[in-house]
Design a protein around this ligand. Structure first.
Ligand code: BGC
Length: 707
């Protein structure tokens, strides 16, 4: 029997095969996905096909074709397999996608960005979200999705934070395992990306992440491990170097860490145009160079000269064929009947936005707005657009809802709309909603500070009207420090998807009680953050892909010298008070926490401790609270974070209602990674269990002892 980490905080000793479980929202716990054809059976088949192939045919399969396809071998009835980009849904690129597959998929749902999904702290939604994306893949005959992304939020400036699941490995892991199973349950392969330590997009093809082993294991690998344990069938390596080796062609990274240590046995692909050493790629354990054989162009010569041999090529091809065969990917055809599910997908997108938008500030309970007989002004350059992140993650969507329309539907004549408003209009309004944002994308990092013009606008509106509510659309943290205390309320709406503005309007007007919490810290100033100083001296951020400059420049080092102290682990160690702490988010109601109990105050390494406590809704509205459980190691032989998240639960409560939350902790929850032992170690001694509503608001604690 193997041990799996399941639904938040719950450890069970069992393998639960998803096909035996209930689906989506009915699901109690998660889970592991097993492909329809076993590894062993698929290997036998793949070996038999490889035996029939010519060397040329085999070599052709070690690289992609037409940007998003594998190569076909028509002689052996092996079709090309299409891979669609992700991560805010399916990125339809009409110029590529319809070459082979029936163009059934004329549209795809633009879901909220994954960082918003992480802000829901609801793994069931991660399952539902991915399941909906998977159904769209099947509708369009897409066998492989190039997602989920799961790199850890180390720097608020990273251009791709919106595609990932925040700063905490435990939260990211619980979301990712559910995502993987939800997606693959539809028969679509999940690709965990980008392996590994790919935490900046600043000249990403030239960055060298210098990370120690403990940090890699405790911070940057758990979400990958969770995805692998949940049964993910593909992994994409990253652009960067890890400690001086390009991840896509590093034996240490692919064979050593990914395959041998983490136990990944299926398909590994490069990121697009990310490798340069053919022999290195072949020997590393990599399976396919995407989008085409460039580093692998001279494979025949490498074989002829004895640098690599045919068996190396056989290994690569076997892995590709095995994975695609195990998932029946060669047989995937468009399924137009699934087009009827799009209404459901829109609902999943909206429900995700409803649970993931975070209320950061609400002075004098200005929100929800009183909607009758008030004049409310809606302004700002985001009110008429659907904010979303760019690059591979881009999804056009359909049935778009913008905030101007969503609010008009609710407020009717009480709403005044002006993208740019005159002073007088701002002054006379009873309240002003100002919608601002940033455009985040892969290929470059985005400054933590807002553009001057945006800051000036916020300060101007706030000075003119004391009842200013700022709605932020962004994929990552931004610098709010110059104005957060000058406005009455702040709603962090992320990139909420094609219809997420409806959720924003519902929150503004009290139809919906916000329940999202931050999956990362928002620091006061970027210089407070653990990654500050990552840009090489004298260099500045740029906008756009800047490929020529990237090509021309030297590799630069990003030194992760904060070690495991990333996010709240850093701010707590350094005693730096952030503006908004990890796990923070307001509600229109209030909750109390009480009665913390543990099943055994002393435990041995084989025990499971049950932790329970009571949450009560002490306010007047129905709402959902995300309770968080952290552990604190009171004495350790290595320096450990003040707190580490090891459990959480989102609980919906009516006014006056109480519920008991029960979470379970096992030995692994008290462990740290020891590079000497090459293993997780739980040291005997005392630990504190800390339960609270955010990382900086611990309400209950209890000591336990590992004996
Ligand atoms: C991105 C990947 C993406 C690939 C294919 C790369 O630029 O880093 O995330 O899947 O392109 O579009």
């Amino acid at each position: 029997m193997m041990k799996f980490k399941l639904y938040p905080g719950l450890t069970v000793i069992a393998i639960i095969i998803l096909s035996q479980c209930k689906t989506g929202t009915e699901m109690e716990e998660t889970i592991r996905y097993e492909p329809p054809v076993s590894f062993e059976e698929a290997t036998i088949w793949a070996d038999s096909i490889v035996d029939l192939m010519t060397l040329d045919e085999k070599i052709s399969l070690t690289g992609g074709n037409l940007i998003f396809y594998t190569n076909a071998v028509p002689r052996l009835d092996i079709p090309a397999v299409f891979m669609a980009d992700a991560t805010q849904g399916i990125h339809i690129r009409k110029e590529f996608d319809t070459i082979k597959y029936n163009p059934t998929l004329q549209k795809s749902t633009a879901f909220p960005s994954p960082i918003l999904l992480a802000s829901t702290w609801n793994p069931v939604l991660a399952y539902d979200y991915a399941n909906a994306v998977g159904e769209e893949c099947r509708a369009g005959g897409i066998p492989v999705l190039l997602g989920p992304g799961m790199n850890i939020y180390r720097l608020s400036q990273c251009g791709r934070n919106f595609e990932y699941f925040g700063e905490d490995p435990y939260l990211a892991s619980r979301m990712i395992e559910n995502y993987v199973v939800g997606l693959q349950k539809t028969g679509t392969i999940a690709t965990l990306k980008h392996f590994v330590a790919n935490n900046t997009d600043y000249f990403r093809r030239k960055s060298n992440s210098i990370v120690d082993e403990r940090t890699l294991n405790e911070i940057y690998m758990p979400a990958f491990k969770a995805g692998i344990d949940a049964g993910a069938m593909a992994v994409m390596t990253s652009y960067n170097q890890l400690n001086g080796e390009w991840c896509g062609q590093s034996y240490h990274v692919i064979t050593g860490i990914l395959r041998e240590q983490l136990g990944f046995k299926w398909l590994v692909m490069t990121d697009w145009w990310s490798v340069n050493d053919g022999a290195g790629v072949i020997k590393s354990g990599q399976d396919i160079e995407m989008p085409a054989r460039e580093a692998l162009e001279y494979t025949q010569e490498l074989i002829d000269s004895g640098v690599v041999n045919e068996a190396d090529i056989d290994r690569m091809v076997t892995s590709l064929l095995r994975t695609l065969y195990a998932m029946n990917s060669f047989k995937v055809k468009p399924d137009p009947t699934l087009l009827t599910r799009f209404a459901h997908h829109e609902e999943v997108a909206l429900n995700t936005a409803r649970e993931g938008i975070v209320l950061l500030r609400n002075e004098n309970n200005i929100l929800p707005l009183e909607v009758t007989s008030k004049k409310i002004l809606l302004t700002g350059d985001y009110i008429n657009k659907v904010a979303a992140g760019g690059g591979a993650a881009e999804v056009e969507g359909y049935n778009h809802v913008v905030l101007a329309n969503a609010l008009k539907n609710i407020l009717a004549a009480n709403l005044m709309i002006a993208e740019t408003a005159a002073d007088e209009e701002i002054k006379v309004a009873d309240a002003v909603i100002l919608n601002i944002g940033t455009y985040d994308s892969e290929g470059y990092d985005r400054p933590f500070e807002l553009p001057d013009s945006t800051e000036k606008l916020i300060l101007r509106v706030a000075a003119l009207n004391p009842n200013t509510v700022v709605v932020v659309n962004s994929g990552s943290g931004i610098d709010l420090s110059n104005w957060y205390d000058k406005v009455s309320a702040i709603i962090y709406a992320w990139y909420p998807g094609q219809n997420g503005a409806t959720a924003v309007a519902e929150i503004l007007t009290g139809i919906l009680n916000p329940s999202g919490k931050l999956p990362m810290t928002i620091e006061r100033k970027f210089k407070d953050s653990p990654g500050y100083g990552y840009l090489p001296e004298g260099e500045e951020l740029y906008v756009g892909w800047n490929s020529e400059a990237e090509e021309a420049r030297e590799v630069y080092d990003v030194i992760y010298d904060e070690g495991v102290f990333v996010g709240y682990r850093w701010y707590e160690k350094k005693n730096i008070k952030p503006l908004f702490a990890f796990g923070f988010g307001l509600s229109y109601t209030s909750f109390s926490y009480s009665d913390l109990k543990v099943s055994n105050e002393q435990f041995t390494s084989g025990d499971i401790i049950e932790v329970s406590f009571v949450i009560k809704n002490t306010g007047e509205r129905t709402g959902a609270e995300i309770a968080q459980l952290y552990i604190h190691d009171t004495e350790a032989s290595v320096e450990r974070p003040v707190k580490e998240l090891k459990g959480f639960k989102k609980v919906k409560l009516n006014p006056g209602e109480s519920k008991t939350v029960t979470l379970q902790l096992g030995k692994e929850d008290f462990s740290f990674w020891s590079p000497e032992a090459k293993d997780w170690i739980a040291e005997p001694g005392k630990f504190e269990i800390r339960v609270g509503s955010s990382s900086d608001n611990i309400l209950l604690n209890k000591e336990v002892e590992l004996i």
